[in-house]
Every structure is written in C-alpha cells, then in structure tokens.
Design a protein around this ligand. Structure first.
Ligand SMILES: [Ca+2]
Ligand SMILES: [Ca+2]
Ligand SMILES: [Ca+2]
Length: 186
C-alpha cells in the first residue's frame, strides 16, 4: 500500500485523471467520454458500420469501467475517488486475492483499451497505431516513436505484451519502468 501511494505513482495517476477529464471541470463524467469519443472517431475512422458499432460498444464499456471509481455514486469521479480506486487496483495487482472482482474489472478495461488501440484489429499494435494514439493524447511524435521502439518487437507490439504493460502501468511506482510510456491508454 505504501509503495502504491508513492509520489511518483500519485502523479502518474493524476495525469491519467486529467487526460480523462476532457472538459477540465475537475471531475470525470460520462460527458467527458462523449467528447473524447467524438474526437477519437476521427482517428478510428467512420468507414464501415461494423467498425462504428464495435467502437461505440467499446467506448460504452470503458466508460462503465471508469465510472466504477465513483464511490459515492453522484455521477462524477473526483480526483480523490480516482486515486482511491486505482490505489485499490494497484494493491490487488501487487497482492492478488483479496479483491478478485477488481482484477476482473481491470481486465475488462484493459481488453477494451487494447481493442480500441488495435485500429485495424489484427491482434497486435503496429507502430503507426501507437504513434497515432499517442499524438492524439498530446505526446510528442518522436517521443511516441522512441517509446514504441523500446517496448515492441520490431514493428509490432503483441497483444500479451501490451496488456502486461498496461497492468504494470497501474501497478508500478518505479519512475524508470518501461510501462510508464503507456500513459494515454488506460
Ligand atoms: Ca469532466
Ligand atoms: Ca463521486
Ligand atoms: Ca493492429
């Protein structure tokens, strides 16, 4: 618990909070997801209807998983609720067993995130998919490219490796951990 609350970890999770608080009103609500989804749909492409449907349901699922952090059920996730929620997730990841339902929830969220990131749905993340999504969330293009090189095997990031990085991102309080480049995806 102490390790999951390190200054670095708090900062990392706060950054993630601000990323989701798209309208910058100080809390995460379903409205933020609407705005985010509208912007993201440009990247995802509106080509065919099955793609659109998949994307819409992924987005709904992700919103549901994130809104679980709303401990007092007032429809808003405050920064405190967000940090509390992720502290519980990190603790469960470090010592699995006490709250298996938390792991199930996080797994659903991570699966959804992966499927949204895998734009062409071929089961792995290509360099251009990674860079596109990173730059969408404001990461410098060269930085994104460099981080991809450090985590991928050549020009592909396999599904299992990507998901391990996502779990590590929530779990680790090590400022030098390779998973820290996943900041935009959870
Ligand atoms: Ca908001
Ligand atoms: Ca709340
Ligand atoms: Ca792909």
């Amino acid at each position: 618990m102490a390790t999951a609350s390190s200054e670095f970890w708090n900062e990392k999770m706060t950054r993630l909070f601000h990323l989701y608080d798209v309208d910058k009103d100080g809390s995460i609500t379903p409205v933020d997801f609407e705005i985010l989804a509208d912007k993201l749909s440009v990247i995802v492409g509106q080509g065919d209807s099955s793609k659109r449907e998949n994307y819409a349901s992924a987005r709904k699922l992700l919103c549901e998983e994130i809104m679980r952090a709303d401990a007092n059920n007032d429809g808003k996730v405050t920064r405190e609720e967000w940090l509390d929620f992720h502290r519980r997730l990190a603790t469960e990841l470090r010592n699995p067993g006490s709250h298996p339902e938390l792991l199930e929830q996080l797994t659903r969220r991570i699966n959804t995130t992966f499927s949204m990131l895998d734009l062409n749905r071929d089961g792995n993340i290509a360099r251009d998919e990674w860079v596109k999504m990173c730059t969408f969330f404001g990461v410098d293009k060269n930085e994104a490219d460099k981080s991809f090189t450090s985590i991928a095997d050549g020009d592909k990031l396999q599904e299992s490796k990507a998901k391990t990085l996502f779990y590590d991102y929530i779990k680790t309080d090590d400022p030098n951990h390779v998973s820290n480049c996943c900041l935009c995806f959870l």
